[in-house]
Structure formats: structure tokens, C-alpha cells
Design a binder for this molecule. Structure first.
Ligand code: FES
Ligand code: FES
Length: 196
């Protein structure tokens, strides 16, 4: 039986990887601790627990967040995606596949956060968002090419103690290329789904 709510706890529903999870939770619980300690979703890692390393990165409404600095109660009603929700059945997400193919990891501890972050980076870039190293942000500029410097800057919130950065940049670049190649296909499928 779920514990009763109090002035310091609430019953909430979290929508994670397309599944609803009901829990009664202390208001001070971070999203990271709710995922790992209450819901057994331990793919999301705790590194620094203070927003410095990116190991705990997940997607909330398709935007990347560090789950150690977000409260679980604030995530109610949002779509949360963790590393456990990236693959479709046995088919890895293209970013997961690229990390695997190009050895974008050593110990793997930072990898779930790196992959979640990379998925959002590719979406942000495709949407035309500039970064701190984008030269031209004028209205005529268009999306900047996703160069290694752009990838390094956009992924700079995700640290890797093993130093697998060279392979990580290559993996993000390859996955971004695959994403670009299938963009029209995915847009058509999304339009059909919306019209159905
Ligand atoms: S554990 Fe969240 S940023 Fe390090
Ligand atoms: S692969 Fe070991 S910390 Fe990144």
C-alpha cells in the first residue's frame, strides 16, 4: 500500500518511456533518485549529484535535463525518456548503435547520459539552434554544419572520466548524418500519423 501523503509528500504519476508510474514521494526527491531508488530505472547514473557531470541526463518533453537538479514532483505530466526507453524492441536507437559501432565508451558509466544528451543535440541542431561556437547566427544563416567543434561544444555538459571523447564525437556525427538522411521520411510518417 502506498504511504499516505503529508505536508511534505504527494502522490504523483510520472510518465516514463510511455508508461505511467504512480508513487507517493517526498517533495525533496530528485527525479534522479525517483528513477533509480523508487522505480528501479538504474540506467540513469549518479555522478556528481550537483549538475556538473551530465551522467544523470534524461529527456523531459524531448529536452535534455540533468535529473539530479530536477525534482520528481515537477516532472509530473511531462514525457520523460530515459536510456531504457531509447531502443524500439530489439532495435537500438541510431545514437546507441553509433556509440556501439564506434566504441563511444570505455567503462560505460557516462554513456546513458551521453546518449540522451546526443539525441537532444541532434534534434536541437536539426531545429536550427545555434551554439556558443556558431559563427553566424543571423536570420539568413540557416542551421550551422554539425562540425566536431559544434558537437564538442553542444556535448560539453557531459563529462567522460575515461576520456572517450574522440569516439563520442564521431558517434554523434554519424548518428546525426543518419538522422538527416531519414528526416523527410520521418516527417512524412509523422504527418500521416497526425492526419489519421
Ligand atoms: S549526477 Fe547530475 S550532473 Fe552529475
Ligand atoms: S566511458 Fe567511462 S566515464 Fe565515460
Amino acid at each position: 500500500m502506498a504511504p499516505a501523503t503529508s505536508s511534505t509528500s504527494s502522490a504523483i504519476t510520472l510518465n516514463i518511456n510511455g508508461e505511467k508510474h504512480q508513487l507517493t514521494i517526498d517533495h525533496r526527491t530528485t527525479l534522479l533518485d525517483a528513477l533509480r531508488e523508487r522505480l528501479d530505472l538504474t540506467g540513469t547514473k549518479k555522478g556528481c549529484d550537483q549538475g556538473q557531470c551530465g551522467a544523470c541526463t534524461v529527456l523531459v518533453d524531448s529536452r535534455r535535463v540533468v535529473s539530479c537538479l530536477n525534482l520528481a514532483v515537477a516532472a509530473e505530466g511531462r514525457e520523460i525518456t530515459t536510456i531504457e526507453g531509447m531502443a524500439e524492441g530489439d532495435e537500438l536507437h541510431p545514437v546507441q548503435q553509433a556509440f556501439l559501432d564506434l566504441d563511444g565508451y570505455q567503462c560505460g558509466y557516462c554513456t546513458p547520459g551521453q546518449i540522451c544528451s546526443a539525441v537532444a543535440v541532434i534534434e536541437e541542431h536539426a531545429a536550427g539552434w545555434p551554439s556558443a561556437v556558431t559563427d553566424d547566427v543571423g536570420p539568413e544563416a540557416g542551421p550551422p554544419p554539425l562540425t566536431p567543434d559544434e558537437i564538442r561544444e553542444r556535448m560539453s555538459g557531459n563529462l567522460c572520466r575515461c576520456g572517450a571523447y574522440v569516439s563520442i564525437v564521431q558517434a554523434v556525427s554519424r548518428a546525426a548524418g543518419a538522422y538527416e538522411a531519414t528526416r523527410d521520411e520521418r516527417r512524412t510518417a509523422a504527418a500521416k500519423e497526425a492526419a489519421a
